[in-house]
Ligand binder design. Structure first.
Ligand code: HEC
Length: 165
């Protein structure tokens, strides 16, 4: 008799626990979403910078560009480029007088086919596009440098390149 009571109470306790668990689950479960609530696009470096700082037109950066600062920034180019007249080519072509010159037109330098095919000349605007993302401006270029993300840095460097005469 005592054993039966004990068994019965264990059984009842078990049933209550099961019911409680079932009810709790019913109350807390949410139906699965048909699609992701957020779609996350991976931004490129350039767009991340563009959204972080409000971009001004290129000429506004050029208007306050500083050639001396540009010379400082252009030190990163120095591992591949020489800036002095008659200084020869490095891993990249000599950059003396590049502003206004034709693309891929430096004596003694073997440009990539991609660069030779691009055509036109180096206006400050085109240099700005090039230095923003070289691989985007000339897909297949052999310049492995990934670009200068800051628009003022680019304008400063272009001002410096213009000052080389
Ligand atoms: C890792 C080496 C490397 C670095 C760093 C580098 N470049 Fe270059 N650059 C090259 C190479 C290589 C080419 C030739 C590209 C081709 O033929 O596709 C080139 C080409 C160029 C050209 C085209 C020249 C012409 O006559 O058509 C310009 C302009 C230029 N680089 C500017 C810069 C500037 C400015 C910097 C620094 C902000 C820089 N590069 C940093 C390797 C580099």
């Amino acid at each position: 008799m005592e054993t039966n009571k004990l068994l019965a109470s264990v059984l009842v306790a078990g049933i209550i626990a099961m019911m409680a668990g079932f009810i709790a689950k019913e109350l807390t479960e949410t139906p699965p979403l048909a699609k992701d609530a957020y779609t996350i696009a991976a931004p490129t470096q350039a767009t991340a910078v563009a959204t972080a700082v409000k971009l001004l037109p290129f000429k506004d950066y050029m208007a306050k560009a500083d050639a001396a600062k540009g010379a400082q920034t252009a030190q990163v180019c120095g591992s591949c480029h020489v800036f002095t007249k008659g200084g020869g080519n490095g891993i990249g072509p000599n950059l003396f007088g590049v502003v206004g010159s034709k693309l891929a037109d430096v004596a003694g330098y073997a440009f990539s086919d991609a660069m030779k095919a691009k055509g036109g000349s180096w206006t400050p605007e085109r240099l700005n596009d090039w230095l923003t993302d070289p691989q985007k401006f000339v897909p297949g270029t052999k310049m492995t440098f990934t670009g200068l993300p800051d628009p003022q840095d680019r304008a400063d460097v272009i001002k410096y390149l213009q000052s080389l005469k």
